[in-house]
Write a protein that binds this ligand. Structure first.
Ligand code: FES
Length: 111
């Protein structure tokens, strides 16, 4: 169970469809992506060579790494295509008005 509060991080009107922004959430870089199915947030760090995913190509609810093309599921953080092999953390997204709030997904926690 994750009792952390949601934290307001961004204004959704500033993110065009199929674009992303990188924000700081408690010292972690998180990428917020505006997809056809809404807004999703995962770690902004490709697990292949630790470079930011921000600016990567977004298709549907997937993003590809701008460096070598690994693909990640924006809904879950799961890696879908190599060369990355490690899943990323995902974050819960809450929208109120035009404000985007995030918190770490409880499914990220080790049990
Ligand atoms: S750094 Fe992302 S695929 Fe290599």
């Amino acid at each position: 169970m994750n009792n952390l509060p949601f934290q307001e991080v961004y204004d959704l009107t500033d993110i065009e469809k199929n674009q992303s922004v990188s924000v700081n959430l408690n010292g972690e870089r998180v990428i917020i992506c505006h997809t056809e199915e809404g807004f999703f947030a995962i770690e902004d760090r490709c697990s292949h060579a630790n470079i930011p995913l921000c600016g990567g190509f977004i298709k549907g609810t997937m993003i590809s790494c701008p460096l070598h093309g690994a693909v990640f599921d924006l809904k879950t953080g799961a890696v879908l295509a190599p060369p990355a092999s490690e899943d990323l953390k995902s974050y819960e997204v809450k929208i109120e008005g035009t404000t985007i709030s995030l918190k770490a997904n409880s499914s990220n926690e080790e049990t």
